[in-house]
Design a protein around this ligand. Sequence first.
Ligand code: CFN
Ligand code: HCA
Length: 537
Amino acid sequence: MTVTDVNVDEILAPFPDKVKKNRKKHIVKKDESASSCPQIEANTRTVPGIITQRGCCYAGCKGVVVGPIKDMVTITHGPIGCAYYSWGTRRNKARADDRTPPEQIYSAMCFSTDMQESDIVFGGEKKLAKMIDEIVEIFHPRAINVCATCPIGLIGDDLGAVSKAAEERHGIPVIHYNCEGYKGVSQSAGHHIANNQIMDRIIGKGTEKVDGKYVLNFLGEYNIGGDAWEIERLLEEIGYTVGSTLTGDSAYANIKNMHQAHLNLVQCHRSINYIAEMMETKYGIPWLKVNFIGIDATINTLREIAQCFGDDDLTARTELVIERELAAVTPELERYRKICTGKTAFVFVGGSRSHHYQYLLRNLGMEVLVAGYEFAHRDDYEGREVIPTIKGDADSKNIPELHVEPDPEMYEPPHLHLNMPKERYDELVASGILNEYRGMYPDMVNGGIMIDDANHFETEELVEVFKPDLIFTGIKDKYVTHKMGLPSKQMHSYDYSGPYTCFKGAVTFAKDVAHSLSTPAWKMITPPWEQKETEQR
Ligand code: CFN
Ligand code: HCA
C-alpha cells in the first residue's frame, strides 16, 4: 500500500459516531492536486476521556514561558504536586554572565506555597505573602513571578492584590499570572497570559543602553539542550548583538531593555507571536519569522536577517560564516545521511517544532509521513493568519482567546512584519531571498497525514498503517512506541542530547537519529498486532 491509499475513515472507525465526527475535522490528508490547504480544526477542546498529549495552561505559562527567566524566582501558588512535576521538566539551560552572577540564577529551583486542605478552605493569600517575604529575605531576587494553579482560581485568592502589596513592601517587581491549569484548552492559553504580563510588566522598563550596531532579540527560543547558545555564537560572529532571548537563558535584567532592539527574530511563532506583535505596535520593532533547525533553513534564515539590514559587510560576513560552517559539518553529516536516507518518520510535538524539524529531516533524506501538533492554531498548519476572536471577558487582558474563528478572507503572511517599503519586500520575495510564510501543510508529502491533538489510539493505528522507521515525539508516547518495536526520539527534551540548531546541531541530530535507526534492539520486539492473542496478556 502507498501512502496515498491510507483511509482516514478506517482509522477512526472504532470510535463512537460523535467522536468520529469531531476527530475527522482535526485530520487532513495532503492532496497535491487540490488548490489550497483544507481547513483543519485546531485550538479547540479535546474530546473528554481521550488520551491526549496536551498539557495545561499553567504548563504553558510557568513551564514554558516564564519559568526559564533565570534571575526571577518563580513561585507556584498551589498544591505541591503542580510544583514538583513542573520542576526541571524542560531542559532550558541557563548560565551566569556579566549581568547575572551564579547565585542569582533560580530557574532550576522549585518554589511552591504547598497549599494544604486548610489553605483551600480559609484561603492561601497570607501564606503566599509570607512566602514572598521569606524569598526576598533569603534569596534577594531582582523580581518574582507568581503563577496560579487550578485550585487558586476556584477558591478566588487575589494574586494581583497580594503581589501589589508585596511590591510595595519590598520595592521589587512581583508579577502575577492567573494561569490556572483549566483555562483555555491547552498550554497555548498559558503562553498568551505570560506574553501579556511580560509585555506589560517587564519589557520597556529598563534604562540601561544596549550597545550594538545591529541589535536583535530572539523570541520563542528556549535554549533546550543549549539551542540558543549555538545560534548566538553564529549571530555574534556575523556582527549582531543579541539583546535578549525570550526566554531561554534570559534574565529580567535583559528583558526589560528589549525595546531598544532593531529587529525581533521569532523562532517559535506559537508561544511568542503575541509579544512580537505587541512590540511592533508599541515600539515599531519589526519582526522576522526564522528557523534555525536544518542546514538549508539556517542558511536561508541567516541570509534573510542580513537582508533586513541591507548592509554589504553584514552580507559578506554571513556568507563567510555559512561557507565555513558548511565545510566543517559536511563530511560527518554525509556519513549519517547514508544511514538516514530513505527512512520514514512521524513528527508530533507541541506547536512549532513538528514543522521546523521537517526541514532538517529532509536534509537527511527522510520522509515525514505523519506530522501534527498538540496545541497549534490554524495558522501554524495552514500558513495563513487566522484572526482570533476573544470569547468570555474580553476586557480582561488575562483571558486569552479560547476559540479561533476562521476568517477565510484574511491573508497576511505572518512571516514578515518589517517596516520596509512594500516594493523592497516584493523585490526580496521575487528574487527568492525571502520566502513566503509556509505552514506545515505545504511541506507535507502527497498522501501524508496532518493531525491536530492526536491521541494514543490514533497514533497506534497510524503506526500500524504507515509503519514508519522512527517517531519523533514526547515522553507520553515514547514507551508505547518502543513496545511497538519502533525507536522514538523525544523532540521536546532531545533525550539529554542537543543542541540541534544550526550546522553543528544538525550533525548532532543526524548522529542521534542514525544511532536510533541502527540499534538492533528494535528487531527483537514484536509489535502487538503481530503477537498471538495468548502472548498479549
Ligand atoms: S520549547 Fe517550545 S517550540 S514553546 Fe512550545 S510550541 Fe512546548 S515545551 Mo514541549 S518542546 Fe514544544 Fe514548541 Fe514553541 Fe517546547 S514544539 S511542546 S509549549 N514547545
Ligand atoms: C509541557 C512541556 C513539554 C512536555 C514534554 C513531553 C516539554 O508541554 O508542559 O510531553 O514530553 O517540552 O517539556 O512540552
